[in-house]
Design a binder for this molecule. Structure first.
Ligand SMILES: Cc1cc2nc3c(=O)[nH]c(=O)nc-3n(C[C@H](O)[C@H](O)[C@H](O)COP(=O)(O)OP(=O)(O)OC[C@H]3O[C@@H](n4cnc5c(N)ncnc54)[C@H](O)[C@@H]3O)c2cc1C
Length: 304
């Protein structure tokens, strides 16, 4: 079936983009495989007007508001392939259905590589946390750790004392700290543990401590860690979009209007920005939706 715009990814960025197009009375298809990145968390925080709500409830509400517009279709399923054919884009789903449109918005998100530490997956979003703005308040005052994955972990450790006075940075063979960095951490009251972490302890999804290589146990209630991310979908690569390197992995390169390096293909949300949260994803989606709408009529979007 033919649409004006296909949005691949029906979570925060995709639904925000589709809403702008729906309100402009355009024929939009949203394709979604139902695996938003924050599905492991019980509650979402800091998202304007939705603080403390379950992520699934936020999406269900947004989807039902979107579907009240008559020009929107929502299909559950995985888009496996996207290709430009003439002036149109054709998206194939895992069920073999073909959908075409003159514009494409990729809001497919990223996925976190949780394979590096045994026990991380079952604690992810509960006691293993990626962001203190999202979940720091809920563990304030507890024994907090930062498991180093890159240079960025040093910043996390420097900021985390705003949430607790019991903070330890586990350098885990990843960070070699200079004397002045150690002094800065001391000023902030952060302990530093150089012995590698070998196991996570406690009844998952809870965490009670970390076993270190020398056999010691360091008591920790919540551990902040920034895993590597990868594109949740191969579509941008298939279409020939260019990428940039962010602090946790690649993201799709876009202009200020969220158009990718491929004309007619827009991208929004975690997949198309270096820093990630729900509010930025929603804002990106709005920009992509408005730019895409304007591109159907104007040579240049006002969002550039
Ligand atoms: C554990 C955890 C907790 C978090 N908590 C918070 C929080 O409290 N507050 C906050 O602001 N941020 C939070 N975040 C960050 C937030 O989840 C992301 O920034 C946000 O979800 C990004 O939205 P998005 O729409 O870009 O991508 P996503 O929400 O990841 O959605 C992408 C969608 O695209 C779909 N998709 C992917 N590929 C395809 C395909 N090929 N075909 C069809 N559909 C596809 C997926 O199924 C998914 O539904 C959290 C992140 C994590 C990991």
């Amino acid at each position: 079936m033919s649409y004006e715009v296909i949005v691949v990814g029906g979570s925060i960025a995709g639904l925000a983009a589709a809403m702008q197009l729906a309100r402009a009375r355009r024929r939009v298809l949203v394709l979604d495989s139902g695996e938003p990145r924050n599905r492991f968390a019980q509650l979402s925080h800091g998202f304007f007007g939705h603080d403390g709500q379950p992520p699934s409830a936020i999406l269900a509400n947004a989807r039902s508001q979107l579907l009240s517009y008559g020009t929107v279709s929502f299909v559950e399923g995985l888009a496996t392939h996207a290709v430009k054919t003439g002036e149109e884009y054709t998206v194939t789903t895992a069920s073999g259905a073909l959908h075409t449109a003159s514009r494409l918005i990729l809001a497919t998100g990223v996925s976190d590589d949780l394979s590096s530490i045994p026990g991380l997956q079952e604690r992810w979003g509960i006691s293993m946390l990626h962001c203190f703005y999202c979940h720091g308040y809920e563990v304030a005052g507890r024994r907090l750790g930062v498991l180093a994955t890159s240079e960025r972990s040093l910043q996390t450790a420097m900021l985390l004392p705003d949430w607790s006075e019991h903070v330890t940075l586990f350098t885990n063979g990843v960070l070699a700290l200079a004397p002045e960095q150690l002094a800065e951490l001391r000023t902030r009251g952060v302990g530093v543990e150089a012995e590698p972490v070998v196991a996570l302890l406690g009844d998952a999804p809870a965490l009670s401590g970390l076993r270190l290589d020398d056999g010691r146990i360091s008591p920790v209630d919540a551990l902040f860690v920034n895993p590597r991310t990868r594109m949740a979908s191969p579509l941008a690569e298939q279409l020939g979009c260019e990428f940039d390197e962010g602090p946790s992995g690649l993201f799709i390169r876009t202009g200020g209007d969220k158009q990718t390096t491929i004309r007619g293909v827009y991208a929004a949300g975690d997949a198309a920005r270096p820093a990630h949260n729900a509010s930025w994803a929603a804002a990106d989606g709005v920009t992509a939706g408005i730019s895409t709408h304007q591109s159907l009529t104007l040579a240049q979007s006002v969002c550039r």
